[in-house]
Design a binder for this molecule. Structure first.
Ligand code: FAD
Length: 344
């Protein structure tokens, strides 16, 4: 099993633990599950702190369908895959290692390497600490053809895409009371704005006052021409022409591993509408389970790419501090034992 010498090591490569079946299992100071902005930033911080770090990622970041990452200072508009590649290169420079796989299971172990992770290829790795940055999935309204345009002409966040569709014909699909808030936001980017769906009477005046058209009725499908979204077809057959569609996706934390460790998600409600779930944590990402940190969308559904990266850095620094505290405690105990032995 892991020895004290492993715990105090500052060699930024993994060690190996001998498991009961006699096989050597790679052991890391920290395993980061999820290699998006949050995970890579945490890995960079930890690798620079001379920790052995493994990032396990199955290559499905939330913004993959988008053409560019916006509102990321100095990198505005960079393709999402390019930002990820640059982040991996940064962390690899300092010794972070990478595996392309899904972490399917996690269990708690006695000893210093307190987490055992099973990967989709059947292999196992051990970790002293976990940073879980698995992000979210966006659940979309059940409208035929909508998913095909997600991240292109079907949008959710004006800070990500508002500038790109400024002054164009934009339709907000009302799936609940949040639509009124969304419409008032998107009005900042375009005056050619329509809300389709039910709107409460007390909100109607505010929408009309800002020149927003309201069309009652349910949306049935997307209308396309040559693969391009050109409108929305309503249940009664009418078509509302548009260049872009705004929906409120329901943002659900990828929390399966965290739930295996006993953590639970909490709901986030905005304007009376459930907008998503997340795993609670303190401001530095520590969860209620010792040794487990989270960062990015899995804990904060509002986090953008740059704020996810910042949260990953905070969590990485907090994990390093926690490891230092453990190493100090072990060193003090060893010193006391040595002193007691010398005086015996
Ligand atoms: C269409 C769209 C466009 C967007 N555009 C912008 C934008 O322009 N600017 C902006 O700031 N924000 C944008 N966002 C928000 C942005 O996607 C998130 O802020 C960001 O992705 C959060 O980073 P993260 O690291 O928390 O999660 P993610 O980037 O989603 O990364 C999580 C990673 O974990 C991996 N993973 C999950 N479970 C496992 C597992 N069990 N084992 C191994 N790997 C796992 C996933 O494959 C993924 O690679 C956009 C979102 C969407 C939906």
């Amino acid at each position: 099993m892991i020895q004290t010498s492993d715990i105090t090591s500052t060699d930024p490569t993994s060690s190996e633990a001998t498991m009961p079946d006699g096989n050597a299992t790679p052991t890391y100071d920290v395993v980061v599950v999820g290699g998006g902005a949050a995970g890579l930033s945490g890995a960079l911080c930890l690798a620079r702190a001379r920790r052995s770090v493994l990032v396990v990622d199955d290559g499905n970041p939330r913004n993959a369908p988008a053409g560019g990452v916006h509102n990321y200072l100095t990198r505005d508009g960079v393709p999402p895959a390019e930002l990820i590649a640059a982040g991996r290169a940064d962390a690899a420079t300092y010794g972070a290692q990478f595996r392309k796989a899904t972490v399917t299971d996690v269990d708690r172990l006695p000893g210093a390497a307190q987490f055992g992770l099973t990967l989709s290829d059947g292999s196992r790795v051990l970790a002293r600490r976990l940073l879980v940055t698995t992000g979210v999935v966006d659940e979309l309204p059940d409208i035929a053809g909508l998913r095909d345009h997600w991240g292109g002409a079907v949008l959710h966040c004006p800070y990500c895409h508002g500038w790109e569709v400024r002054d164009q014909r934009v339709v907000v699909v009302a799936t609940g009371p949040l639509a009124v808030h969304q419409a008032q936001m998107w009005r900042q980017w375009t005056s050619e704005l329509t809300v389709v769906g039910p709107v409460a009477d007390d909100a109607l005046e505010e929408l009309l006052a800002r020149g927003i058209t309201v069309v009652p009725g349910a949306v049935a499908s997307v209308v396309e021409r040559d693969g391009r979204l050109t409108g929305l077809r309503l249940a009664d057959g009418d078509v509302v022409p548009c260049d872009a569609v705004v929906v409120a996706s329901r943002v659900i934390a990828r929390s399966a591993l965290l739930e295996q460790l006993g953590l639970r998600t909490v709901d986030t409600v905005m304007a009376g509408q459930l907008v998503g779930t997340g795993v609670p944590a303190d401001p530095f990402g520590a969860t209620e389970v010792d040794g487990v940190w989270v960062a990015g969308n899995v804990t904060n559904l509002r986090a953008q790419v740059i704020t996810s990266a910042a949260a990953g850095l905070d969590a990485g620094a907090a994990i390093n501090g926690d490891l230092i505290a453990e190493e100090t405690r072990i060193a003090v105990e060893a010193r006391r034992r040595a002193a007691a032995a010398a005086t015996a």
